[in-house]
Design a protein around this ligand. Structure first.
Ligand code: PEP
Length: 247
């Protein structure tokens, strides 16, 4: 995927979609938006078909998780090597649903991102605070620390994207204020630059959590918001394209 802070809109289909959902992807590819980078991350079994269907469009296909190992006795898991082999270009790691449902730690997420890099995939590293953590008043400190623990060694603008997703905003229809998003993204950018110098300036910072066609433009206009990670609104081509067009 390209960078130099070109906006990226990534769709996370989660455990949604069947083979018939290919029709939505076809509609997205027919529109073939080129105003920003666009990534669609369907469930594992659909990745190969989606790659074929995306063909020569600008839309890239990614995954929602990977294992840390190249191969082996890990029933039900999928390696970054296989994702690359079937044509994925990126993988989301550390989504809050995986942190919660599968007890994934930041150390594990860092290792997954490193496995992604070793196989030529862009790692989209997710971080974000719970509502209780925000109410406690230290969201920026906490999420910055979570980012530092989750970021792979050797992170560059070309191989790593960070997605700030407040857990309380995911799938709830609630979003932080513009000021809250701006404050978080500015704190994350400062930490990236402090740790990685100029490379940290190029790493894209996505916002995720209840982004819809009607609020996308306002969110994407915030300083240091380099696009979005979209859940529910990425399932339907009309909604997703509405968000992509706002980038
Ligand atoms: C997500 O799960 O990454 C997400 C942002 O979901 P939604 O857009 O549905 O809030």
């Amino acid at each position: 995927m390209t960078s130099s802070r070109r906006k990226l809109v990534a769709g996370n289909w989660k455990m949604n979609g069947l083979t018939a959902s290919m029709a939505e992807l076809v509609e997205m590819c027919d529109a073939n938006p080129s105003n920003c980078d666009v990534l669609v991350c369907p469930p594992f079994p659909l990745i190969g078909r989606f790659v074929g269907s995306a063909g020569n469009s600008h839309i890239e296909i990614g995954a929602q998780d990977c294992h840390t190992a190249e191969s082996g006795a890990h029933t039900g898991d999928v390696s970054a090597a296989l994702l690359k082999d079937v044509g994925a270009s990126a993988v989301i790691v550390g989504h809050s649903e995986r942190r919660a449902d599968h007890g994934e730690s930041s150390a594990l997420i860092k290792a997954k991102a490193e496995a992604a890099h070793a196989n030529g995939l862009t790692a989209i590293v997710c971080i974000g605070e719970t509502e209780a953590q925000r109410d406690a008043g230290n969201a920026e400190t906490l999420v910055t620390a979570q980012m530092r623990e989750s970021l792979p060694s050797g992170a560059t603008a070309a191989n790593t994207v960070v997605a700030y997703e407040p857990v309380w905003a995911i799938g709830t229809g609630r979003t932080p204020t513009t000021e809250q998003i701006a404050a978080m993204h500015s704190a994350l950018r400062a930490a990236l630059v402090a740790d990685l110098g100029d490379e940290g300036n190029g790493i894209r910072l996505l916002y995720g959590g209840s982004v819809k066609p009607n609020n996308a433009a306002e969110i994407f206009a915030i300083d240091d918001v380099d696009g979005g990670l979209i859940g529910g609104a990425s399932l339907k081509a009309a909604d997703f394209l509405g968000i992509v067009n706002a980038a």
